[in-house]
Design a protein around this ligand. Sequence first.
Ligand code: ADP
Ligand code: MG
Length: 273
Amino acid sequence: IKHKLGAIVGKVIAIANQKGGVGKTTTAVNVAASMAATRRKVLLIDLDPQGNATMGSGIDKFDVDATSYELLIEEQPADKVIVTETTGKYHLIPANGDVTAAEIKLMELFARETRLRNALAPIRDYYDYIFIDCPPSLNQLTVNALGAADSVLVPMQCEYYALEGLTALMDTIRKLASVVNPELKIEGVLRTMYDPRNRLANDVSEQLKRHFGEQVYRTVIPRNVRLAEAPSFGAPAMYYEKSSTGSKAYLALAGEILRRRDKEQQSVAQAAS
Ligand code: ADP
Ligand code: MG
């Protein structure tokens, strides 16, 4: 891997929510592909032992030489565990059942919260974006993701208890962050599997905007069967059915993430001048 000279250091975004089935992996795979399609260099790290992001990237999780286990526990250099031939045109650090052992071993290790951060340090400036697909719990793997990340993207479904869950998650993120990574920011809250005809979803969405304001992405990910089908073809939706509403929504999300970063950098530049 050759490094970009004078480049802005890559932004690391953890995709986290302790709830399962809210669209973390779907978001990880599709936002990575959409970002790569804008000619950004992208790395996706699969930290979930289920390996869904790996399979959804067209990589057979049973047929990989190394996974995030080797990166975290065996201290193999990141560029040795990266797979470059994904269907989504991004690079991938895969996961499979082996990663379950990483979760357990991490508990015994020294400096266990910063292992992913340290492992990524040598390759960070090669990428524009590094996305981390977290497992559905606040375990040591998620703690490592939050320790390595600049920001957290929280996918959520607009359901009845969603706001309560989200407030609890934000508190946990804040507490964790104050210990392992004080610089950690909330990248944004993403409404997933959205059905505009559902009144409850609309109500929850309104409350969400009231509570979290600008942190809620304008882009909404609709419930779209193509997004659910694409993983069984081992591809992000844009390479399965480009014209699908799901594929378009994730392209829009990538655009929104880029615009937010531009704005941030402008205000940093202004503050400095
Ligand atoms: P998580 O990683 O949070 O557990 P997933 O991304 O695996 O969640 O999504 C859970 C299930 O919902 C999967 O079967 C996925 O294909 C499906 N799914 C996710 N997002 C959508 C969507 N916008 N429309 C339809 N199905 C979706
Ligand atoms: Mg998942």
